[in-house]
Design a binder for this molecule. Structure first.
Ligand SMILES: Cc1ncc(C[n+]2csc(CCOP(=O)(O)OP(=O)(O)O)c2C)c(N)n1
Ligand SMILES: [Mg+2]
Length: 545
């Protein structure tokens, strides 16, 4: 029987899908609900159809959209149904907000014609999301849906990037939006050009560098998200600046690069006389922008560089700042410093032999000092041994995700969403998800999504049977702890098996390596449940791994 050619859909949902695709979206992450059916119909009937990944909790959909954005630098898309579908996304949207991730969340919404009469899942979503999005609004007209989605993606991807929320009255999504599906892109989908920084600002920064003797350059996530990594690397190399990588700034200089002194972070920040922070906020992770003061040194001067003026720190005193396109900034800085040095009467980069050498030595010492723990034979397993075994089997392009205290901290529950997206974005790379046992509880059900969509991921659970990052601080404060215990030895690998994956529990240090090899070879989602020593309060410094 000849296949019948499907009529393209022309409802608002089809227009939304067409507009998203024009912004480079290839996958929709979602969890079903009647209010958003036209978006599914639009994806199914698009030519070619848009890939849909259906998850088990809406926050997983948004975390997956966020990881897509952060790994591919194309915007992520999540679609959620009205009411609880939307409210379940709040933590994940907030995470995208803090991470500056370009994510668009499209929501269903009760119909306008009955608004106020208590319709199913009727709630006004935008006010809930306004504080954690670049914009949150409602589209009411079917023939304006394409343009509204286009606008949402433009906003999300313009620096400073971030999440955008848009919901649609049922009439808009189900109603006839007209024939022309590409009308949404009438204005073109090229990202708007971002202005470079003010040249006077760059010159002021070059002047500060020319007079500095112990400078440090911090490269944050926005340098990568803005595509400025090559310019940043060039500037750092030309000026021989010691570099500390932060967030997704990691990897801009490859591991082992002579300028990379991330592991000597406290020596660098404590001893610096000038800290230039680019592409990351001066928040608690950077001591709120207070540097220097160690070994009898005075406070360091601080320079903040951001992709947009609204993201320059206002809570601390800046010696200089610049805002705008980060590639243009690094190119301009590299060009301006030599002239500034000549003007200041400085012959060559004065810090290369002393300051840089001192920090490089401190970084090497810190790396060497880890060796004992990375190879620890302690039984029960020391958590650092897990990193040691993993480092042996990881390729350079592996994606490693952390969710939970032993490994990292932030919003618990990102794990499975990030892993789903990483597997899709990097089909041939290793994808490893490190989970605390507490963290695992937030998203492990989405192993089902990995299984259904045939997305093999290696998961490692650092299972200490406690919420360690709460237990030890509480003991320190009160001399006892409460509500900080989980089931010791809980078989999270059995959960993964029950959902159609595979896994095993490991209790001895020498069994970790072979288990990891089995996990990478399995070809299915695989969880290595490593029972670790709960007596290790805080296994590693957070400052540089
Ligand atoms: C959504 C969320 N809820 C609570 C917290 C507070 N919190 C931070 S770390 C942590 C403990 C994590 O426990 P686990 O994942 O088992 O790692 P461990 O500290 O035991 O290594 C908690 C509860 C958080 N960061 N995010
Ligand atoms: Mg734990």
């Amino acid at each position: 029987m000849a296949e019948e050619k499907q009529e393209p859909a022309r409802h608002g949902g089809a227009h939304a899908v067409a507009a998203a695709r024009l912004h480079g979206v290839s996958t929709m992450f979602t969890l079903s609900g009647g209010h958003v059916f036209p978006l599914y119909d639009g994806a199914v009937k698009a030519d070619p159809p848009m890939r849909m990944v259906d998850v088990r909790h809406e926050q997983t959909a948004v975390f997956a959209a966020e990881a897509t954005a952060r790994l591919t630098r194309a915007p992520g898309l999540a679609v959620v149904t009205a009411g609880p579908g939307v409210t379940n996304t709040v933590s994940a949207i907030t995470t995208a907000w803090f991470n500056g991730s370009p994510v668009v969340v499209l929501g269903g919404r009760a119909p306008d014609y009955r608004w106020g009469s208590g319709g199913l899942q009727e709630i006004d979503h935008p006010p809930l999301l306004a504080p954690v999005t670049k914009r949150a609004w409602t589209e009411h007209q079917a023939n304006a849906v394409g343009a509204a989605v286009d606008e949402a993606f433009r906003l999300a991807t313009a620096p400073h990037r971030g999440p955008v929320f848009l919901d649609f009255a049922m009439e808009a999504l189900f109603g006839d939006g007209g024939e022309e599906l590409s009308a949404a892109a009438a204005g073109g989908t090229e990202p708007a050009a971002v202005a470079g920084p003010d040249s006077a600002d760059v010159e002021a920064i070059a002047g500060l560098l020319a007079r500095a003797s112990r400078p440090v350059l911090v490269l944050g996530s926005d340098v990568w998200l803005a595509g400025a990594e090559a310019a940043a690397q060039e500037a750092a190399c030309e000026l021989r600046l010691p570099v500390i990588a932060n967030g997704q700034g990691r990897g801009i200089l490859p591991a082992g690069h002579e300028l990379l002194v991330t592991r000597a972070r406290s020596a660098a920040f404590g001893g610096a006389d000038l800290v230039l922070v680019a592409g990351t906020p001066l928040d608690f992770r950077l001591g709120y922008g207070e540097f220097g003061g160690r070994d009898g040194n005075g406070p360091a001067q601080v320079v903040h560089v951001a992709d947009s003026p609204g993201h320059l720190a206002t809570h601390c005193t800046l010696a200089a700042s610049a805002a705008g396109d980060l590639t243009a900034f690094f190119a301009a800085l590299a060009a301006a410093v030599p002239a500034a040095m000549r003007q200041a009467g400085v012959a060559a980069v004065p810090w290369a032999d002393t300051w840089l050498a001192r920090l490089s030595a401190a970084a090497s010492d810190a790396i060497a000092a880890d060796q004992a723990l990375l190879t620890s034979d302690a039984d029960p397993v020391h958590p650092m041994r897990v990193y040691g075994e993993l480092a042996r089997v990881l390729d350079d392009d592996a994606v490693v995700i952390g969710d939970g205290g032993d490994f990292v901290y932030g919003c618990l529950g990102t794990g499975l969403g990030y892993a789903i997206a990483a597997r899709i974005a990097r089909p041939s790379a290793q994808v490893v998800l490190l989970l605390g046992d507490g963290a695992a509880g937030f998203s492990l059900m989405d192993v089902d999504t990995l299984v259904r969509h045939r997305l093999p991921v290696v998961m490692i659970c650092g299972n200490n049977g406690i919420w360690a990052l709460e237990k030890y601080p509480m003991q320190a404060l009160y001399g006892y702890d409460v509500l900080a215990d989980l089931q010791p030895g809980c078989r999270y690998d059995e959960v993964v098996r029950a959902l159609g994956g595979a896994g095993e529990t490991v209790t001895r240090p020498d069994a970790i390596g072979p288990a990891l090899r089995r996990a990478f070879d399995a070809g299915v989602p695989y969880l290595v449940n490593v029972i670790t020593d709960p007596a290790i309060a805080y296994p590693r410094s957070t400052t540089g791994v």
